[in-house]
Design a protein around this ligand. Sequence first.
Ligand SMILES: Cc1ncc(C[n+]2csc(CCOP(=O)(O)OP(=O)(O)O)c2C)c(N)n1
Ligand code: SF4
Ligand SMILES: [Mg+2]
Length: 314
Amino acid sequence: MAYNAYSLKEVASKPERLAPGHRMCAGCGSTVAVRAVMRALRPEDKAVVTLATSCLEVSTMTYPYTSWEDSYIHTAFENAAATTSGVVAGYAAKKNKGKLDETYKFITFGGDGGTYDIGFQSLSGAMERGTDMVYVCYDNEAYMNTGIQRSSSTPMYADTTTSAVGVDSVGKPQYKKDLTAIMAAHRIPYVAQTTFLGNFKDLHHKAETAIYTEGPAFLNVMAPCPRGWRYEEADLMDICKAAVETCVWPLFEVVEGEWILNYEPKNKLPVTEYLKLQGRFKHLFKPENAVLLERIQDDVDRRWEELRLRAGAL
Ligand SMILES: Cc1ncc(C[n+]2csc(CCOP(=O)(O)OP(=O)(O)O)c2C)c(N)n1
Ligand code: SF4
Ligand SMILES: [Mg+2]
């Protein structure tokens, strides 16, 4: 899909829809993701934001304070997408009766714990029913708010508080779940995977397409967490770039079932270039763990070739 004309200056000059003064950590990817997604809304459109419990929720909406300029609903983990479905149905009824003139867009945000794990059934249901909404997962690869516990999104061999590296453990033993592919298997109109790069064009394009596509859309945004991933705050963008250049987190869209690769690195970097930037993978660089690094590289290579095949790039 061709990207619309894009000017960072123009997009950045739009009114902020997540006000400053919230309590998220410095260097946190989650707020960067939210601000970028909300900036894709047309200024004249209103939004109803639904948010499952998470770092984002507890830090941006602490009664009686809120950072959200749009209507906002805090939900339980299990029913974030179902809550949005109900609001969308109510909106449609009001519109049909001519009781509402304004245009509203419906956006649900969830962390990986709330999306890959606990809220997965309601997400799957809302997508399958064709609800006209966008679900955005800000993926920081663990349950950060409660102390960095592993989720099904945590990558293999990452050190978390429930997959702690020690004498008998080299980190999380399981693979990361491929949620973006699972959402594509729902055969909804729009699914995309993105993160923060350069001028944010990729993220802006995908957020705008997701919001203005009729029917359900799902966006998976890699959103690093300095506390859980153990990096210096200023390294946020370098980590995202390394994730893309190593093909750990490829940029792609699935539009009406068609897989589209948005970026192919000219020189695909070894995964170590990504892993070495983060304390959660520090143990992998001990000589006795070289085999684990090889296993990660093999997995990334295999999955990258699968993606290229799906996108017809082979
Ligand atoms: C049903 C339920 N289980 C557990 C909790 C406690 N809890 C609150 S936030 C959170 C972590 C959420 O992780 P994630 O969705 O990945 O968001 P993050 O904190 O990483 O931003 C947990 C487990 C809860 N609020 N509700
Ligand atoms: S713990 Fe991580 S995800 Fe949570 S606010 Fe801090 S940096 Fe962001
Ligand atoms: Mg998380």
